[in-house]
Design a protein around this ligand. Sequence first.
Ligand code: EPZ
Length: 420
Amino acid sequence: MDQSYYLIQGKRRLSGELMVQGSKNTVLPVLASTLLVKGKTTLFHCPRIQDVFMMTAVMEQLGCKISWKNHDLTVDTSFLKGGNLPLEYTGNLRASVLFMGALLGREGYVTMGKPGGCKIGKRPIDFHLEGFSKLGACVKEREGIYECEAKALSGAEILLPFPSVGATENLLLAAVSAQGSTVLSGCAREPEVCDLAEHLLSMGAQIEGIGTDRMTIRGGRKLEPADYQVPSDRIAAATYLLGAMVTKGEIRLLLRGNNKRMESILKVLEQMGALIDLKEHSIELKMSGKILPIYLATGPHPKPPTDIQSMVLAAALTASGPSFIEENVFESRYQVVQELKKMGGNVVISGRKASVSPVFTLYGSKVNAPDLRGGASLVVAGLGAKGNTIIGSLDDLKRGYEDIGKDFRQLGASITEIIR
Ligand code: EPZ
């Protein structure tokens, strides 16, 4: 357990420029896709975050060779041995579920412990398993272990009850190995899903309808390893932009990959009063007046992403009027509210709805990060608060951000990590 904590001196106006790290939710499924083929793949600009380290540790347990050169990660899957995912990792690394589709196709079987519950919701994997069954796999659960076996996968028509990002990604990773065509309807359209699909195309897969809610995958084609340029993390970018907004700052973010992925997020920030100039590889944000109140209803892409909800809520606490938030993706993604209340925030939760009554300012306090984006939300709140904020329980934050403290310091914040 990481005993360090962040000490933030609030009300420092942010300014300057920052290159945004690679996208966590792109690189995790792309890592899983490397198991589809024998050989070496290099992921350039890969974020050095805990979730990636855990994913590569699982891959090493499966016989893969891993090497880093700064931010470039090379995986060699030539000596992959079998599809038994190590229990000691999969319990607390939900993203390891993404290995199932690729291993089912490559090895013909995969076993995995039930992915650990999560602080933001139950997060079952029924859509994944039902999809594997439709592709011809035999799926069993024995004492908390899922066993999936398929001599050969065959194409199928699959309709997802909800546009689940992970289920869409897992079924893409399985369908490319199936004989014949698979039609995936009701699928997720998130930029990270498109990133994976485009990477699969570069490996030789044939996929139509990328970016829509219906993809057709012509399986059984010979796939080859393909190196990958990881695009910037749109949720990390949102974090820094909101930090600039609560300090009435002016920053420029440099981004890799296409900026279209930022559109649904930038719309929310502009509604909150930010002046934004979106260029091909950068975003400039200037915030002068107070934050404007917001009505935010999160949802599957192209609706505003659930991953910015906690941070938007933090910024709304000192807006010029009341805000209303609806969390339509996860059933319990308001854990951070109890911590924000310690800083003076005034929020009433009713089910999936949050009503925010504005206060003049937040006050620094001693708080703990309840989950990954809740932790980022506390950093945003601390940057705008009067006085000092101490944020403990940083483990979850480090799953998704390389060094959020260093990044915000580069933008002029006073935030230091104190090792107890
Ligand atoms: C991905 O999680 C992201 N993680 C999440 O980011 C993100 O919040 C989420 O998509 C939604 O955009 C990664 O990409 C590694 P879902 P995932 O399947 O795939 C229910 C972050 O902060 N559901 O789209 O797990 C589920 O319970 C993380 O970076 C089922 O019921 O999300 C949830 O309510 C948090 N059965 C909803 O669907 C299933 O089989 C959306 O989940 C699958 C999902």
